[in-house]
Design a protein around this ligand. Structure first.
Ligand code: XIL
Length: 460
């Protein structure tokens, strides 16, 4: 769908989240006569990830910094079979010739014995991560330790969490998560250095007006350098730039409604992306640097992301991987104008092939599968509850997980990490909306028991 459509949607939607707005009409939530899409398509559109910013933030049980986290991991053993570009190295000057890889040639992966532990079973494939928040790494520690070997901080490493006021870095919450991971031999993904969302208000202003290009660039550099150095040696991969491309493949620009708009782009132009990667690489030459985004199954968007990445590699910018957020739904939308109309495994496969043909690693960074179908209208009487999350629906969700994991395993060499955006259904950002809508998108239920989806993922 084009930018224009997105804008029109946003006009008819009361959602406060940037991407929620974009997908606002996809599935409308009707709460007592006033329509809001914030929670609404959380499932489908929350994916946009940014829905979060607005809507979810308020309802976040952990007071704005909570949520549920999930991290990605880099595939330890993952042998990159993609012969394409050289972007996968940390040598900034070698990235010049991406583009000729053989994205389709992957050796896949086999189960590691008959372990009933998720990460252990996938040890020949890729690390299995979970997003954690400042509470869930303790409240869900048993599940985390049993089934995951990577974490991502759901909110605690975002700009507004780390540098709420200029020059004052607050690392305590993030450090606690990292220390937990290190103590339990888990990898840590860093998320996210430069994003249009969850930024402190001082960042884009100066002396009452808009900040100048020069000052913003130096603020960006200062933030990236400080943060990446702080975690050097503990965080193996960073989402350096998050959500910079729109559904039609264009840059997320300055001409969008509040919340969706990128002030980074508006003030600095597209060069902010290359600069961010260079600063991160300078601060930690050993860290794998990722570009992270959602809706990669949309052909126009995946092409836009590919073009951008190829351009960066051609300029020698140190980009090493692409993160696929993977906020999916139990089935694709039947509405042709809806983003989720494209949410088919085959379309995601194209994205994996395309990106890995550049020699880039691919990670699934924020996986969850919502019960809600974009394009369908829900209201409080049709919101799912533990009672209406029936066995049939559980089986359907399991089948959807199965098809995506078949794909991930097929590309088990190109894919170097799969992270869920949360641990269990009692703590998911998709339920964190003011509409009261609950969702059940993960592998473990509200009581931390494995769901049929878990069995499906383990069945190979
Ligand atoms: C979400 C968190 O899960 C929420 O708790 C928070 O309120 C908003 O952000 N894409 C991203 C993530 O890259 O950072 C978002 O996380 C989900 C969408």
């Amino acid at each position: 769908m084009g930018l224009l459509t997105g804008l029109l949607w946003s006009c008819t939607s009361s959602t406060s989240g940037p991407d929620a707005a974009a997908s606002g009409t996809e599935s409308t939530v009707q709460t007592g006569g006033s329509s809001t899409s914030a929670g609404g398509d959380a499932g489908g559109d929350a994916a946009g990830g940014s829905a979060a910013q607005g809507g979810a933030g308020a309802a976040d049980p952990s007071g704005g910094t909570g949520g549920s986290g999930a991290g990605d991991s880099a595939a330890g053993g993952g042998n990159q079979t993609n012969a394409g570009g050289s972007g996968g190295t940390d040598d900034a000057t070698s990235g010049g010739t991406g583009g000729e890889g053989t994205g389709g040639a992957d050796t896949g992966c086999t189960p590691n014995g008959d372990s009933q532990n998720l990460a252990e079973r996938y040890a020949n494939c890729f690390p299995i991560g979970a997003a954690v928040d400042s509470q869930s790494y303790t409240t869900h520690a048993a599940l985390l330790k049993a089934h995951f070997n990577s974490v991502t901080a759901e909110n605690e490493m975002k700009f507004e969490s780390l540098q709420r006021t200029e020059g004052n870095f607050s690392y305590d919450a993030a450090d606690r998560i990292v220390n937990f991971a290190v103590a339990n031999n888990m990898k840590v993904r860093g998320h996210a250095l430069v994003w249009h969302s969850q930024n402190p208000s001082w960042l884009f202003s100066s002396g009452g007006g808009a900040v100048s290009k020069q000052v913003l660039l130096s603020r960006m550099k200062n933030h990236i350098s400080n943060v990446v150095r702080h975690f050097k040696g503990k965080i193996y991969a960073w989402d350096v730039v998050n959500e910079a491309i729109m559904e039609d493949g264009s840059y997320r620009g300055g001409n969008l409604p509040d919340g969706q708009n990128s002030r980074w782009y508006e003030i600095l132009g597209e060069s902010y992306i290359a600069e961010a990667f260079k600063y991160a690489h300078e601060a930690d030459p050993d860290a794998k640097l990722f570009y992270n985004d959602f809706y990669n199954y949309i052909p126009a968007k995946q092409q836009g992301i590919y073009n951008m990445l190829k351009g960066l590699l051609d300029q020698g910018v140190p980009v090493h991987g692409v993160g696929l957020q993977a906020h999916f739904n139990i089935e694709p939308s039947t509405v042709t104008t809806n983003q989720a109309y494209h949410q088919h495994v085959a379309n995601l496969e194209e994205a994996i092939k395309l990106y890995s043909s550049l020699g880039l690693e691919v990670q699934v960074t924020e996986l969850d599968i919502s019960l809600y179908i974009p394009g369908v209208t829900y209201n409080p009487s049709t919101f799912y509850t533990t009672a209406t999350f029936t066995d049939d629906l559980k089986a359907k969700q399991a089948a959807r997980y199965r098809e995506f994991f078949e794909l991930f395993r097929k590309y088990g060499s190109a894919i170097t990490g799969v992270t869920f955006w949360g641990i269990a259904d009692d703590n998911t950002w998709l339920s964190e909306f003011s509409s009261g809508r609950k969702d059940f998108p993960l592998l473990f239920d509200v009581d931390h028991r494995p769901k049929p989806a878990f069995d499906a993922v383990m069945d190979f």
